[in-house]
Structures are given as structure tokens and as C-alpha cells.
Design a protein around this ligand. Structure first.
Ligand code: FAD
Length: 413
């Protein structure tokens, strides 16, 4: 039997983006219906590194990455990998990515990311306070670790570039790092981002956010399959429901491409798959997220466990997780902490929703403003969730967003 539902705003996808958007809209007094086949917040938004990474102003594609791309992609030990089976379908995305890595586009993308990141920390603080989850937000900074003197020297130019984009960062030597994180082995130094905050349990934050939202919004537990416009809104249909909404927000993360196409927008959305492994322990050794940059993952002190999390695998949405990538993550963590057991307590894979320019798609559909896009946040979806929510709420209310969103529009490609 088909349920007929009428709503003011339908939010398609209940990851961190959809939930943050729904929370903001409910706070503004709107009637919201969530559509998601799964438990809210338990997809990619559950298993990440939890960093509110307002220091991460560099796009993934830069001239340095472009130069190293052939080695990075085909070296099985590198933190960036490609699944050969997926290469034909990934080629168009990779070509766009190569173009976006050229000096001009990369500079433009860095500026746009820096503008988006402004205020992410305070917006998260406000969100966490509103949903009663401030204890999960830890104001203890974040570290990039340099295991060799050459890595630390090479970081100087990178950090100068970040400072120019407004990031606060201190370069530390080995003893200064040891004072901050005494459990780490001796290293050449680190970059310390003192203003960064992190979620020491992204899953718990998602549950708190989902509880707040579903207390007021109905959750239709099924996938949105079709979108069609009517004279006064949009019809969204899926198994067992037909939803009439005045406005629709597409927020299905890496799964948004088909819905976007139905709204009339072709976007080159793909996925950068990432992994985590966890070891349960009462005191997870570190005080803040630490990223040994050459290894491409973070070691994160989560509540009751140490999470090694990151790496990038280009492999699409359907291939199974790679046992090789999981093993590499375990080996990398054990290179820092050799006494960690060879078999972690659990492992996980998630889908970063990624555009070739490392910018999300946020803004009205080309087909009409009753559909709003809000996906493609790549490595920064958690960080940018409340920023995105503010922009979407402004668009729906007919207010001018505080920042220029031209670089984020769905029709930019
Ligand atoms: C290893 C790793 C580490 C990361 N670390 C960080 C970090 O430290 N900081 C940071 O800011 N970001 C980080 N990220 C990125 C961040 O996790 C993502 O950008 C973010 O979770 C994306 O959120 P989302 O809501 O767009 O997507 P998701 O969390 O994937 O949610 C999408 C939702 O849409 C639903 N859905 C799918 N299809 C449909 C449909 N047809 N109809 C309705 N619903 C649908 C899914 O069920 C899902 O619930 C990391 C990612 C990974 C993989």
C-alpha cells in the first residue's frame, strides 16, 4: 500500500548533512520529512575521523598531487589507491580531477574551501549545544605529524599557504610535540592547529542529532527513487510512499547523482572510499586527532577506542571493501604504536561524496529553486554540515546566504 504524505520540506538522505539541514529547518519552524532507507547518521557520517577540520583549506587536487598521481594511484602501498575494475567508469572523473589540480583551478578551489570553512567551529558549538551533545565536541586542536626532518621542512611552505588563508597553525619541533602527545614515538615535529575541535564519538553525535530531528520530523524509511516537479512543488516517490513537498533538499551523500539528474542537473559526483579500524581501550593514548601525513590517515582518540581512519580509494559505490587497504591501515597504525594487536576489534568502509574540485554542490537546481542540492562534501562533510545547513535554510527562507555560493552551484561543470 502506498502512503501519501504532504510536507513543507523533504530532506532526501539523513547523513550528517541531511540531519543538520533538517535540524536547522525545524528550528525555524518548518515541517520537515526525512527520507532515508537506513538508520539516520549511520552511513559515512558515522565512521569518519570526527575532525572539524577548519584548517583543511587545501583541495585534494593540487599541482603536487597531479605530479605524483601516476605513482600514487598504482603503488599498492600508497595512501591513495584506485581499484582497477573501476577505472573505466572513473576515467571522466579523473580527467576533471586532473584539470582541477592545475595551479589556477587549485588556487580558486582553495580560496572557496577557506571561505566555506569560516565559522565551522562556532557553528558546530551552537549545534552541539542545541542538541545537548556539547560533551562530544572536544576543543583540543589537531596535529599533522612529521616523522622525518625532510617532511617537516616540506611542511613549512604548506603551512605558510594555510596561514595566508586565515588558518592558525604552529610548527612544533620533536620535544614540543612530545609534550603535547607523550605516547607518540619520537618524531621530527608537527603542525599544531590549536583552534580545531573534534568529535570524540561521531556515531554518538549522529544519534543525538537524529534523536532531535526525528522527535519532530517524520522519517520515511525507504529510498527516494523518483523526483518530478508539479505546479506547486515536487513529488518524491519510493517503495511504499508518495510524498508531496513544497521544497526538496537532495542530501544523499555519494548516492545523490541519480536524484540530481532527475532534478535536471548533471553533476560529476563520485566517491573517494575511506576506511577505519578500531582497537577498544579505556584510554586511547592520544589527546587529539593526529595525522602522520605521509601515511594518509588519522589516529583518533575516540570514546573507549583508538580509531585509525582515512586513506583514499577510488573504486565506486558497488565493489566490496578491500582487505588490502584495511591491512595497510593496520600496518600504518602499528608502525606508530607497535604494541597494537594485529587484529583490530572492527573495521569499516565509507563513501566520501566527492566532486573533482573538492567543493560541495550547494544551491538551487537549474530546473527550479524548489529543489536544492546539498551533497558532495568529500573530506569535509562533518566539518561543513552546520555551514551547509545555514546556507540551505537561507535559500529556503528566501534570504541571501552570508557567503557567495557561486562556486558551489550544481551547474558549474
Ligand atoms: C575515512 C573517512 C574519514 C573522514 N573524516 C572526516 C573528518 O574528520 N572530518 C570531516 O569533516 N569529514 C570527514 N569525512 C567525510 C565525511 O564523513 C563525509 O563528507 C560526510 O559523512 C558526508 O555526509 P552526507 O550526509 O553527505 O553523506 P552520508 O553520511 O553518506 O549520508 C547519506 C545518506 O543518504 C542515504 N541515501 C542514499 N541513497 C538514498 C536515497 N535514494 N534516498 C534517500 N536517502 C538515501 C544513505 O542511507 C545515507 O544515510 C571522512 C570520510 C571518510 C570516509
Amino acid at each position: 500500500m502506498t502512503r501519501h504524505v504532504t510536507t513543507d520540506v523533504a530532506v532526501l538522505g539523513a547523513g550528517v548533512i541531511g540531519l543538520a539541514v533538517a535540524e536547522r529547518l525545524l528550528a525555524e519552524g518548518r515541517t520537515v520529512t526525512l527520507v532515508d532507507p537506513g538508520d539516520p547518521g549511520m552511513g559515512t557520517s558515522y565512521g569518519n575521523a570526527g575532525t572539524i577540520a577548519d584548517y583543511a583549506v587545501n583541495p585534494v587536487g593540487t599541482p603536487d598531487v597531479l605530479r605524483a598521481l601516476p605513482t600514487l594511484l598504482f603503488d599498492r602501498t600508497s595512501p591513495l589507491a584506485i581499484r582497477r575494475e573501476a577505472l573505466p567508469s572513473l576515467l571522466p572523473w579523473l580527467l576533471r580531477f586532473a584539470f582541477q589540480s592545475l595551479p589556477g583551478p587549485a588556487r580558486h578551489n582553495g580560496l572557496a574551501i577557506a571561505a566555506l570553512l569560516q565559522g565551522a567551529g562556532p557553528l558546530w558549538q551552537g549545534l552541539a549545544d542545541r542538541i545537548g551533545a556539547a560533551g562530544i565536541l572536544q576543543p583540543r586542536g589537531a596535529l599533522y605529524l612529521y616523522e622525518t626532518a625532510a617532511q617537516r621542512r616540506a611542511a613549512e611552505a604548506d603551512m605558510a599557504g594555510r596561514r595566508a588563508l586565515g588558518v592558525t597553525v604552529d610548527l612544533l619541533n620533536g620535544p614540543e610535540l612530545a609534550q603535547l602527545e607523550p605516547a607518540l614515538p619520537s618524531m621530527a615535529g608537527a603542525a599544531y592547529f590549536p583552534k580545531a575541535v573534534f568529535l570524540n564519538d561521531p556515531g554518538a553525535m549522529m544519534r543525538a542529532l537524529a534523536a532531535r530531528v526525528t522527535a519532530k520530523a517524520e522519517h520515511l524509511r525507504a529510498p527516494a527513487q523518483t523526483l518530478s516537479r508539479t505546479a506547486d512543488g515536487v513529488i518524491v516517490e519510493g517503495p511504499g510512499f508518495r510524498l508531496h513537498a513544497r521544497r526538496v533538499v537532495i542530501a544523499a551523500g555519494a548516492h545523490s547523482r541519480k536524484l540530481a539528474a532527475q532534478a535536471g542537473d548533471r553533476v560529476p559526483l563520485d566517491t573517494e572510499r575511506g576506511y577505519h579500524v578500531e582497537w577498544d581501550m579505556a584510554a586511547p593514548r592520544l589527546s587529539r586527532p593526529c595525522c602522520p601525513t605521509a601515511r594518509g590517515f588519522y589516529l583518533c582518540p575516540m570514546s573507549g577506542r583508538l580509531r585509525a581512519v582515512g586513506t583514499v580509494e577510488l573504486g565506486g559505490l558497488t565493489l566490496p571493501p578491500s582487505a588490502h587497504r584495511i591491512r595497510k591501515l593496520v600496518e600504518g597504525a602499528r608502525a606508530i604504536f607497535p604494541d597494537l594487536p594485529e587484529n583490530p576489534d572492527r573495521d569499516w568502509m565509507g563513501f566520501r561524496p566527492s566532486l573533482p574540485d573538492s567543493l560541495p554542490v550547494i544551491g538551487p537546481s537549474r530546473g527550479g529553486p524548489e529543489v536544492i542540492h546539498a551533497y558532495g562534501h568529500g573530506h569535509l562533510g562533518v566539518t561543513l554540515a552546520p555551514v551547509t545547513a545555514r546556507i540551505v535554510a537561507d535559500l529556503i527562507a528566501g534570504r541571501m546566504p552570508e557567503m557567495d555560493i557561486a562556486s558551489l552551484r550544481p551547474g558549474r561543470f
